[in-house]
Ligand binder design. Structure first.
Ligand SMILES: Cc1cc2nc3c(=O)[nH]c(=O)nc-3n(C[C@H](O)[C@H](O)[C@H](O)COP(=O)(O)OP(=O)(O)OC[C@H]3O[C@@H](n4cnc5c(N)ncnc54)[C@H](O)[C@@H]3O)c2cc1C
Ligand code: SF4
Ligand code: SF4
Length: 295
């Protein structure tokens, strides 16, 4: 398969600003499967109605409101910022719906409810948690697939065969509980080291505070992702040392919180709050009621 080698320049948004062919290369292959790309085309949008197009012939769209340069005309999905994926298309739809609601109300399109994260403890009793805690060292279950030859004979065949009941049960227990966060209260810590001892991945360290280099030299386990920030607590009350956690290693098993005698570590469920058009409408109604009440 012969391919052109391109040299590409990116603009400030990370989009391709210009490109040119600089070479040609040949990749030896037995078979080549074509994956069809996609392209935006708007020949049907008149160019004199106030919708500006950029040098790629796609509409200029506000990244917060999804409004084009013509008031009251909104774009979302691949039409807004070029090919992305279905998750983005749905998110754009939600954001554009908020804008359309505000536009119909004559409100400021940029005045949007903030996003947030709610944290609530998962502790239900001394050793009871509202999720399946504990560390499961089982390896990842491999999803069985339909044989490759069968897949080529019948392209619309469902490829993934599904887990057996046993594998499914093992796989869910491997869950990293990403929605459960480890939350530390420095004021409660008595520096007993129990959490340090029990952590199955050695991602916790109690150490004198210092610059990044000094702290890193004292970590129980070397870092795998040096770019990711470490959690460094405030000073612990007995020795002024700090609790350090490498979030990259943590498997959210909750054993630190289970073992801690003072509740200094807690496992807290995090709920991401993303406002939708209905939340904006409810806020508008509430503001209306309050204004009426105030006379
Ligand atoms: C080969 C391929 C594989 C992909 N795989 C994935 C994947 O696995 N997962 C994933 O998340 N995303 C994937 N994507 C990306 C995903 O399909 C798109 O990001 C998503 O479909 C965009 O949704 P959309 O509603 O913005 O646009 P589209 O789904 O393209 O919908 C636009 C619709 O508008 C219609 N239309 C166009 N012009 C007009 C007109 N003038 N008048 C009336 N109707 C018109 C089109 O016929 C189309 O139905 C893939 C894309 C391609 C091309
Ligand atoms: S939740 Fe994280 S920090 Fe706590 S014991 Fe498990 S792996 Fe270690
Ligand atoms: S188990 Fe609790 S009290 Fe003991 S060192 Fe860890 S956080 Fe501090």
């Amino acid at each position: 398969m012969s391919c052109d080698v391109l040299e590409v320049d990116f603009d400030a948004r990370g989009a391709i600003a210009s490109s040119g062919v600089v070479d040609e290369t040949t990749i030896p292959c037995d078979d080549v499967v074509l994956a069809i790309g996609q392209e935006n085309a708007f020949p049907w949008v008149e160019r004199d109605i106030g919708i500006e197009f950029d040098n790629w012939n796609v509409p200029v769209v506000d990244p917060t409101t999804f409004e084009s340069t013509r008031k009251g005309v909104f774009f979302g999905g691949d039409a807004a910022f070029g090919p992305k994926n279905i998750i983005w298309a749905v998110e754009h739809g939600h954001q554009a719906a908020i804008s359309i609601h505000k536009y119909c109300q004559g409100a400021n399109l940029s005045d949007r409810l903030p996003r947030g994260v709610n944290l609530t403890t998962a502790k239900m009793g001394i050793h009871e948690w509202s999720y399946s805690n504990d560390y499961d060292p089982a390896g990842r279950r491999i999803m069985p697939h339909v044989d490759l030859k069968k897949r080529f004979r019948k392209l619309n065949i469902e490829v993934e065969l599904g887990f057996s009941a046993e594998d499914a049960a093992t796989e869910v227990e491997r869950c990293l509980n990403c929605d459960l966060q480890t939350v530390f209260s420095a004021g409660l810590c008595i520096e007993c080291d129990a959490c340090i001892d029990v952590c199955p991945v050695d991602c916790l360290t109690i150490t004198p505070n210092g610059d990044q280099k000094t702290i890193e030299a004292n970590l129980k386990t070397a870092r795998l992702e040096p770019e990711q920030e470490l959690y460094v607590s405030g000073p612990l009350k007995h020795t002024n040392r700090v609790m350090v956690k490498d979030e990259n290693l943590c498997v959210h098993c909750g054993l630190c919180a289970e073992r801690c005698p003072t509740g200094a570590w807690d496992m807290q469920k995090s709920t991401v709050v993303i406002p939708y058009a209905i939340d904006e409408a409810e806020r508008d109604e509430q503001l209306c009621r309050e204004t009426r009440k105030a006379g």
